[in-house]
Design a protein around this ligand. Structure first.
Ligand SMILES: [Zn+2]
Length: 92
């Protein structure tokens, strides 16, 4: 990764990870498809199961923002939740 906002990184957790992925490569990573058809994720906000198809994606039910580090894109346990009050800066 070539973008490292202070205090965050590809192995950060929670909102720090979400913000890191959003900022990575000028935002080019966030909307890119996760390899292998996506990751099975469970929303940490409302509990619904959904498929994380891009590195940053909102829950289809509650719009809670989730992200996974490109370094851990094959690990469903690595999906991070930004928190109930986090809103995407742009529509993905
Ligand atoms: Zn949800």
């Amino acid at each position: 990764m070539c973008v490292r906002p202070s205090g965050a990184g590809p192995l950060a957790s929670g909102r720090e990870l979400v913000e890191f992925v959003l900022a990575a490569h000028g935002g080019a990573v966030a909307g890119s498809p996760v390899p292998n058809g996506g990751l099975a994720a469970t929303c940490r906000g409302c509990g619904v199961s959904f498929l994380l198809e891009t590195y940053v994606q909102a829950c289809p039910e509650c719009r809670g923002v989730h992200a996974v580090s490109p370094l851990r894109a094959s690990d469903p346990a690595a999906v991070q939740f930004a928190g109930r009050d986090f809103v995407l800066p742009v529509s993905l």
